[in-house]
Ligand binder design. Structure first.
Ligand SMILES: NC(=O)c1ccc[n+]([C@@H]2O[C@H](COP(=O)([O-])OP(=O)(O)OC[C@H]3O[C@@H](n4cnc5c(N)ncnc54)[C@H](OP(=O)(O)O)[C@@H]3O)[C@@H](O)[C@H]2O)c1
Length: 326
């Protein structure tokens, strides 16, 4: 088990722990930086897949913030075994009480679907399903007023200006195991990405309903659109867009203020995690700092139920922890 840079001498000072997936770069890194700056007495656990990148990120964050309470625990979301191993390592690490999880890691796949070692479509598993597993397994460890933040995107809307990027939620099982022979699907890497971001909002809405019905009433879960950030790894997706549709589609978004930077959005996400201003707010979709209306589709009861039930099935979870539903 690697608990890289876990500095025992800080143990007596730290009071809370926050886990951030995919925090070695881009938005996750910026969020970790702002949390480390605002909350020197919180332990940050970076859940990352690449040991050398994660190690470098931990060193950079300590250097930039002067906060030594930052470590990483390996977590590859493309492997359900590794997600479970992360949770085991985390629990053995005896960190201070778990105050929050930021489900940030994400990727955008190619048009030809790729599959994880679990046989599940890569984008669906990494962006959504493994985060479901992570949160589910860690729920019993969370403090009463803990916060869960799920990173989504405006691309979760099915009325967006870019048809190729509109989500296509059929059923969770079809998303997990897409059938290439199914010609009714308008499938592409960008569409699978948008669909995974819709899953994050459907999941937020369902989790926010179930938590209070299952003795987790103080735990808040919210989704956030961090805005278009052309400078991150995933920004490559945006650059493709920028080239193709700049004048027609992107310029209006720029003028409407849809473009952001990891720095700006990371600061907002960190604030949603640490500030009392956000205490008790749950089941919301934030467009950066502003609560905003998520798509109608993200409140579709049938889709929410299908996603919930199928996720439990795909992950071989009993669901007992959150079985009460209205
Ligand atoms: N960029 C945008 O314009 C934009 C807009 C809306 C929403 N978002 C969302 O913002 C979040 C952060 O993205 P970003 O823009 O910061 O992109 P990024 O720079 O590419 O960062 C993505 C992070 O996810 C990690 N990751 C990818 N696959 C993983 C796996 N199998 N297991 C564990 N971690 C994995 C990456 O790790 P490696 O470094 O090892 O690859 C990296 O740390 C994503 O959820 C994205 O969908 C981004």
């Amino acid at each position: 088990m690697i608990l890289q840079n876990y500095r025992k001498p800080y143990m007596s000072k730290v009071i809370k722990t926050v886990i951030i997936t995919g925090a070695n770069t881009g938005l996750g890194f910026a969020t970790a930086k702002h949390l480390a700056l605002h909350k020197p007495d919180w332990q940050l656990v970076l859940a990352c897949r690449d040991e050398s990148k994660a190690s470098a990120a931990v060193s950079d964050l300590i250097r930039l913030t002067g906060n030594g309470n930052i470590c990483y625990v390996p977590c590859n979301l493309a492997s359900l075994v590794q997600v479970r191993a992360f949770v085991d390592a985390y629990k053995q690490g005896k960190f201070p009480p778990l105050h929050g999880i930021i489900c940030n890691a994400g990727l955008s796949g190619n048009d030809v679907p790729e599959f994880t070692e679990d046989g599940i479509e890569m984008t669906f598993q990494v962006n959504y399903l493994s985060h479901f597993l992570l949160v589910y397994l860690l729920l019993p460890d969370m403090v009463k007023d803990a916060r869960i933040i799920l990173i989504s995107s405006e691309l979760h809307r099915n009325d967006g200006p870019m048809r190729a990027f509109r989500p296509n939620y059929t059923s969770a099982k079809q998303l997990a195991y897409p059938n290439p022979a199914d010609s009714s699907r308008r499938d592409s890497g960008s569409q699978r990405y948008s669909t995974s971001k819709l899953c994050m909002v459907l999941y937020t809405n369902m989790l926010a309903r179930r938590l209070p019905l299952n003795n987790f009433g103080g735990i808040a879960v919210n989704a956030i659109n961090p805005g278009l950030m052309p400078d991150t790894g995933l920004g490559g997706l945006n650059k493709k867009l920028l080239r193709k549709w700049f004048l027609k589609y992107v310029l209006p978004l720029v003028t409407r203020g849809a473009v952001s930077t990891p720095e700006k959005s990371g600061e907002i996400i960190a604030k949603i995690m640490w500030s009392d201003e956000y205490l008790g707010i749950s089941g919301k979709y934030f467009d950066r700092e502003k609560p905003s209306a998520a798509s109608e589709e993200s409140h579709d009861a049938q889709k929410m139920k299908d996603l919930w039930d199928s996720s439990l099935e795909l992950l071989f979870l009993s669901g007992r922890l959150l079985e009460n539903a209205d």
